[in-house]
Design a protein around this ligand. Structure first.
Ligand SMILES: Nc1ncnc2c1ncn2[C@@H]1O[C@H](COP(=O)(O)OP(=O)(O)O)[C@@H](O)[C@H]1O
Ligand SMILES: CC(=O)N[C@@H](CCC(=O)OP(=O)(O)O)C(=O)O
Length: 303
């Protein structure tokens, strides 16, 4: 519908919404937000288009958005096409030599470029890179342990080429900021011997947010936010709440690395970490520029 077809009330409401955004624009100008764009959130063409426009808008109003993207479902589809089996432990893909090659190809290749070109078509200046570029994400093999409930013995799980960031070198991102560019980062890390590591995108986003002193970490996924046992949305969580939900099994699968990352980011000085429903059109704008945020906010400041 064009603006001329709107009633006066509808036009006024539009103007009001824009005007309400002004204090947030002032508040956030010059701040850096790390936005994790999940593989599930990027499935729908219209939503992907909205996302790209929102990111371009953030940059236009003086916020510095840094995009870290996932692509779990897209890696899964490629593995299936190639008839390669895949399994997950606590939301992390067990990654052998063949799988890490596919993960890198999908994440740093077509998927990264799709997001870049979509933001550029929306008027932004996006540049794609992986954690290997500029040594952005130096990684090491992730070690995960699990306690056997029967024997109470702690076992080391071998997840193959799953990495965790060891050191983030954010200098390359500063160059992007100086040139008004929006970095779009694929979560692939480089090991000490040049190995390629597959890093969970939430984990990569959290480490990048911590290393650059981001104000906010925003994670876009395919659920409303964190749900309780009765499937009701939990709007705010303290770190202690997260630990309790983890212990009683309310959170599982992909929500585990997401919330672990939120806790890590808060400990490292990020103000707030928010999990948002990427299925809602323009969810980023709603979260950032309106009084009532949506989704689940993990924060130390519970009032
Ligand atoms: N308590 C919970 N609340 C919400 N989602 C949960 C919860 N526990 C497990 N999940 C699962 O976590 C998923 C989100 O993680 P994931 O699939 O890795 O998303 P993404 O690809 O966006 O990173 C949800 O789709 C849901 O299946
Ligand atoms: C180690 C690990 O699990 N890596 C992930 C990387 C992509 C990712 O995290 O994508 P989403 O955010 O869309 O889930 C994977 O292979 O699926």
């Amino acid at each position: 519908m064009s603006d001329t077809e709107l009633t006066v009330e509808e036009q006024l409401r539009k103007a009001q919404t824009l005007s309400e955004a002004l204090p947030y624009m002032h508040l956030f100008a010059g701040q850096t937000f790390v936005i994790k764009y999940g593989g599930h959130a990027m499935g729908d063409e219209n939503l992907a288009h909205d996302f790209a426009r929102d990111v371009a808008l953030l940059k236009q109003v003086g916020i510095n958005p840094i995009i870290v993207h996932g692509g779990g479902p897209q890696i899964g589809a490629m593995l299936e096409r190639l008839k390669i089996q895949s399994s997950f432990v606590d939301g992390l893909r067990v990654t052998d030599k063949e799988t890490v090659e596919i993960a890198e190809m999908v994440l740093s290749g077509s998927l990264n470029k799709k997001i870049v070109s979509s933001i550029n078509s929306a008027g932004g200046l996006a540049v794609g890179l992986s954690g290997k570029d500029g040594n952005l994400i130096e990684a090491q093999k992730l070690t995960r342990t699990k306690r056997d409930p029967d024997s109470n013995i702690e076992r080391i799980l071998d997840l193959g080429f799953v990495g965790e960031p060891r050191r983030i070198n954010p200098e390359i991102l500063e160059n992007f900021e100086e040139n008004n560019a929006i970095p779009v980062i694929a979560p692939i890390g480089i090991g000490p011997k040049g190995q390629t590591y597959n890093i969970n995108a939430d984990t990569a986003a959290g480490h990048i947010a911590a290393a650059i002193g981001a104000t906010k970490l925003i994670m876009m996924t395919d659920v409303e936010g964190v749900l309780d046992k009765d499937k009701n949305l939990i709007s705010r969580l303290s770190p202690a709440d997260v630990k309790r939900l983890q212990k009683d099994g309310t959170i599982a699968g992909g929500m585990i690395p997401k919330l672990e990352t939120c806790l890590f980011a808060l400990e490292e000085g990020v103000d707030a970490a928010t999990i948002l429903d990427g299925r809602i059109p323009h969810v980023l704008l709603l979260e950032i520029f309106t009084e009532h945020g949506i989704g689940t906010m993990v924060t130390d400041h519970i009032n």
